[in-house]
Ligand binder design. Structure first.
Ligand code: PGA
Length: 275
């Protein structure tokens, strides 16, 4: 019995390493409204002291007030960072908002657009998100457009319809030449912060569907350039099985990215598996 389990582990390791070794992943940390300045500094110090796989991109999304710490501490680092949200106008009477140029002043190269918490708590619509995507592109920032169905839609098998809609609207009027500057994050709402991730086969099916939708909108060659991240209860214990799934180009990680040791473990496991 033990031997069988051991054998299974050996085969799984060999197969997963074969699959992930030729892939390059984007591993993004969405800290949401968490951490204070000291915690951010401590996190960066530990992460900077960790050997990171040269293949993958690590992107941190701290709350706005800590972007200056990213700029100061990550100046010579390969660790990248971005904003959790942005407004689409350049300047003006928009109390409480932050423009793409302001984020760029602090070294942001990415912005999360349309996280389900923005859509649900702050009532952001697809039309608003489309403007945000366009604003990012206009200013040379990479938008990470989040799409995802809720539990009710998944149970009613309406998830594909929902995703297609969010995708088509979010990328409406997008210049096809700019497709290599966008990133999609598939984040099923029912998997976010619940501890229950989508299964590898659900992820593979859904990412396949997203790829297919992109291909029908923009053609195969352009669609191939778009990384599709998965987000929703990703942690060190499930990273490899999810990384193996076809069309998974990386991860958007919430809860597990807050603890630097867990985050390091995620990066190390993936890096080691890639060889
Ligand atoms: P989670 O959050 O990893 O805590 O599920 C993911 C996200 O909201 O981006």
């Amino acid at each position: 019995m033990i031997e069988k389990e051991y054998l299974y582990q050996m085969v799984w390791q060999a197969v997963s390493s074969e699959v992930v070794k030729n892939k390059k992943y984007i591993i993004a940390a969405n800290w949401k409204m968490n951490k204070d300045a000291k915690e951010v500094i401590d996190f960066l110090e530990v992460l900077e002291g960790t050997e990171l796989s040269g293949k993958n991109d690590v992107v941190l999304f701290p709350p706005y007030p800590y972007l200056y710490l990213m700029r100061d501490k990550l100046r010579y680092s390969k660790i990248l960072y971005g904003a959790q949200n942005l407004f689409w106008e350049d300047t003006g009477a928009f109390t409480g908002e932050v423009s793409p140029e302001m984020a760029k002043d602090f070294g942001c190269r990415y912005a999360i657009i349309g996280h389900s918490e923005r859509r649900n708590i702050f009532q952001e619509t697809d039309e608003m998100l489309q403007k945000k995507v366009q604003a990012c592109i206009r200013h040379g920032l990479k938008p990470v457009l989040c799409i995802g169905e809720n539990a009710e839609e998944r149970n009613a098998l309406r998830h594909q319809e929902k995703l297609m809609n969010q995708l088509a609207k979010g990328f409406m009027n997008l210049d096809i030449k700019k497709l290599d500057s966008v990133i999609i994050a598939y984040e099923p709402v029912w998997a976010i912060g619940t501890g229950t991730n989508a299964t590898p086969s659900q992820v593979e099916d859904t990412h396949g569907f997203i790829r297919y939708t992109l291909e029908s909108l923009y053609g195969k060659a352009s669609a191939e350039k778009v990384p599709i991240l998965y987000g929703g209860s990703v942690k060190a214990s499930n990273i490899i099985e999810l990384a193996v799934a076809e069309n998974v180009s990386g991860f958007l990680i919430g809860g597990a990215s807050l603890n630097v040791n867990e985050f390091k473990e995620i990066l190390t496991k993936l890096g080691t598996c890639q060889g």
